[in-house]
Design a protein around this ligand. Sequence first.
Ligand code: GAL
Length: 951
Amino acid sequence: MRPTFADRGARPRATLHCLLAAGAVMLASMQIARAGTPERLSLDPGWLFLQGDVPLPSIKGQGASYMTTKAGEAPGPASADYDDSTWRHVDLPHDWAVEGPFDPDQNRAQGYRPRGIGWYRRYLTLPVTDRGRNIELQLDGVATHSTVWVNGIVVNRNWSGYNGRNLDITPYLRYGKEVNTIAVRVDAEVMEGWWYEGAGMYRHTWLVKRDAVHIATDGIHANPVQKNGRWTLPVTVQVDSSAAAARDAKLDVALLAPDGREVARATAPVHVDALRSASAQLDLAVRNPQPWTLDKPALYRVRAVLRDAKGEIDSAETHTGFRTFRFDADRGFFLNGQPTKLQGVAIHQDHAGVGVAVPDSIWEYRMRQLKSMGVNAIRFAHNAPAAEVMDLADRLGILVMDENRNFNTSPDYMQQLTWLVRRDRNRPSVVLWSIFNEEPLQGTEVGYEMARRMVAAIRELDPTRPVTAAMHGGLFSDKGAVQALDVAGINYQVWEYEHFHKTYPDKPVFSSEDTSAFMSRGAYKTDVAAHVVASYDDDAADWGQTQRGSWKHITDHPFIAGGFAWTGLDYRGEPTPHEWPSASSFFGIMDLCAFPKNAYWFRQALWIKDKPVVKLMPHWTWPGQEGRPVKVRVATNASHVRLLLNGAVVGEQDVAPIDMATFDVPYAPGKLEVVASRNGKEVGRDAVETSGAPARVVLTPDRNALLGDGADAVPVTVSVVDAQGRPVADANLHVHFDIDGAGSIIGVGNGDPNSHEPDKASERSLYNGLAQVIVQGRRGAHGKLVLRARADGLQPAEVLLAVRDAGALAVVPEAQPIVRPGTWRSSPPQSERPDPNVALADNDMNSWAWGDPPLGMAPGDKRWRAFRVSFPLRADHNDGRAHVVLREIAGKAEVWLDGVKLGDKTSFAPGPLVLPVPHGPGWRTLTVLVEAEPGKASGLLGEVLIERGTP
Ligand code: GAL
């Protein structure tokens, strides 16, 4: 119960002291940084999580109203000292929605999973040597709306699940033994999309410690420019200061080639006033840099070092690449002078087993799968992806249409846009900024006015890349967004291509979205009632096209710069053409595990030019169908195919450009083979074979080793083979897993959009022959992990992965709270012993002073004083075994808790007092009466703590 006396109903703050876990101490000591060395420490491990909200009692009293409006006095779980002892431990990235059940009453668009509200809290300490440095809290992505408090002070509110925040929390921090509390309330009731968005702190979180004068986050702008065949690298560096006085420094900027060699350097002075920013501009001339191409994406590092008279004070790095591109209104897209159709896919960001909390290494796997399909461009629909994903695009040689989520020009939302551009404007992968997708206002004057402002904001930060938007209407209105755009993106409306080009002969245009075709991986018979779509590439949404159909429209129109197929990968939600019980999409060219559907092979055949592609479909196990025709299709870039069934020719065709080749083959068990040729010369073969009953489980990891850092994760494919080792393509049996050693299973999946099996489990059914288990190396562990899989009646499988020592991890150690009651009140000096239970009026802000120990009293005639504090006692301290520890009291003292005397200090000499805290209510009021020795100073001179267990 809230007290209504003495502290006048104020919600007292207890600051927290911390004990570091032994391991954390070790990590902390490894992190003692050289002066001048910035530290970027992971804050991913060690959070406490509560799913749901915490209702706060409505505040009516004067004292409580007074106090909850004060800095540092946020109520409930936002406060520094909230009792989170029953909360769950989680490491980030974390998506709580993917842990939830499927529920037909939930939103179809969000994958029929509850989202709701959640809270996160994290304790940390900072060494006293950090005092005076600049400390930034970086939250890379929290779905969806969120508020952040540091030590009970609100530091940020954010209205999107897709932008990162770099929060200067320097002023709010405490150092040394004191613990700092970060609290984050996440509201995932709100939606920003019509797809699965997950819920929670699903991207990385960092604590960045730098000198007070430092290079701003995303503060290096280094985007190469080519003029008359010569390259220069104009570099602008923003320097921020949280120092107390103006300072002078010098910036050194070096350009390092992919092999690490320094190839250019420049220096500039900077003067930065206290609490201001300054910027320095430098020009680096670069001779014959290696180009960034799709096949060899050469990345250069730009390294900035900041020095003052005493030496290096900060440094930062970004990467960039040397490439040219242009959009031509008649001839489409050119990269490095070469015509290059954008062979793009749009993707969302969730994966099997993990929801939107996708480990970076799983992103790498997804992007590799896409690249292997011939993808040269990705549209991250309809929002910015994580920085690590953008790094992968730069590193793998994939172009990016970099998309903003919210079409809105009010300041909070413009900040989302400018954050995106500042973060990504050095990246060679980015060739388009996209300001929206399918906005109803797109063809109106309002749409034009908004688009114009967004384009201008982008242009100011990056004049080199065109701005586009994905439009599905309003293209031909007199005034609309299209008039403000450099390049137009058309979604689906292939019939408008010619019309657009005629209307706007000077405006480049591309297909910002197309296809929306349906496939169930490994299925060959459409069953509407069972929500299964055959995967021959014959089915698409009414507004879409097949994989082959959409590409035909693009290649038929040379002025269309390319396109982005909806979608490269399946995602949860939007299970079109179906509803419940289907819970994830059918659009993917690959499924939710990034297992190829046949669409993958069609895309390969359409997109890959430099090697033969031959893929035969379907599988060849059709018991009971003997003699009946089976539809056979070959995805190939060859010009002629011949089909052989058990060695006998059963069909032969010239391959139709784009449509490819289709046969009806009467079924007979055995081996069906295709021989593909070009100009009469065989270029490749593919075969499918009838399989017998499943006999053995097979585990195939994507890699054989991973890091023991609590982050690196490996997808392992689960399949079954028959006694002869042939894959059983239609197996749907149930598989159980167990894992030993230095890792754990973080999720499972099988790519079936109709499955309601949990993502967090150690078992899963195969879907048409495949499932996926994702394993992760444990933080701080090394050695090996062993994954086993067993299914009834089958020979089990076992796979061993090496878990490599990740070395010293740059993480912020987890701190443990103990309670230090704060916001004490002190009575005026008294001549007589005060009543320890005297009540203070709820509206009396001033007769007792405010402040925390040390609370001393000068010698005087009035030798008595009362000190009082109210505080919430954490449940893990409220077991009757905790102690109140008063480190130093000068004078005699009586200690009262909730009106009951706990004990006395009987001597005047300064000294400690330790008294047991009996089990009782969560909210406590402690009163200490101190009597001074005549003529001597007195008071609570040391800190007062509540400690667990026996003292
Ligand atoms: C588009 C939209 C996408 C997705 C797709 C499904 O209109 O931009 O987000 O909903 O339809 O076909």
